[in-house]
Design a protein around this ligand. Structure first.
Ligand SMILES: N[C@@H](CCC(=O)N[C@@H](CS)C(=O)NCC(=O)O)C(=O)O
Length: 205
């Protein structure tokens, strides 16, 4: 096995700070992992590009994000975060219960992402006025189980990156509830002050 460390290559659509890939990207930034970016236009060229990536072994499903990391190719954005969390240590909760909570909230996020994508082109009132408020109120129940600002209190875990992205992405698409629960406002504000994150979002509005 080749144990030589290579720089990470992050493959994703060229859609700025939107989407699943950005969750992984933010995590890499936070962890200080240097990454080379391969961004692909999200237009009529994508189907062919997707086929090329499949042929190159970058993605088996034809979807992205895909991350080349230390000789492995990682796809599926939440399992990718879990892999990186285990590799780096931390980011995943300590006890069996904490790990469960982090996994459970990430599952709730995955359900949110499905709905968000389905509403990206045509935002329904059902999504904006019912689903999104329901989602954030549900998250707030989890984010008040500990003292905050992060899901498990003072320690950030991989799921916080996903939850931050849901808040950010709903903000960008005009579907974030005006009355976001206080625990989530506190979480977002603290998250945005993390040193590597603050620097990154200052340069990438
Ligand atoms: N289960 C995958 C889903 C990946 C996915 O659907 N990616 C979208 C972008 S966020 C994509 O590649 N869309 C282009 C396509 O479907 O061809 C994950 O969690 O990473």
């Amino acid at each position: 096995m080749n144990s030589q460390k290579v720089a990470a290559v992050y493959h994703y659509l060229d859609i700025g700070r939107l989407g699943r890939g950005e969750v992984v990207h933010l995590f890499l930034k936070d962890a200080g992992i240097e990454v080379k970016q391969a961004r692909y236009p999200s237009d009529s060229t994508w189907p062919q590009q997707s086929e090329t990536l499949k042929e190159q072994g970058i993605t088996r499903t034809g979807k992205v994000p895909s991350l080349e990391y230390n000789g492995q190719i990682l796809t599926q954005h939440i399992p990718t975060l879990r892999y990186l969390a285990r590799e780096l240590g931390g980011y995943g909760g300590e006890s069996n219960w904490e790990k469960y909570v982090v996994d459970a909230v990430s599952d709730i996020y995955i359900d949110w992402r499905t709905q968000w994508v389905a509403n990206l082109k045509n935002k329904s009132a059902e999504y904006k006025d019912k689903f999104a408020p329901w989602y954030y109120n549900l998250l707030a129940q989890y984010y008040t189980d500990y003292e905050g600002p992060y899901l498990l209190g003072s320690r950030v875990t991989y799921v916080d990156f996903a939850i931050y992205q849901s808040i950010d992405n709903d903000q960008r698409t005009g579907t974030l509830p005006a009355d976001l629960p206080v625990s989530l406002v506190k979480f977002r504000d603290t998250f945005e002050k993390r040193p590597n994150i603050a620097e990154y979002i200052k340069q990438n509005k």
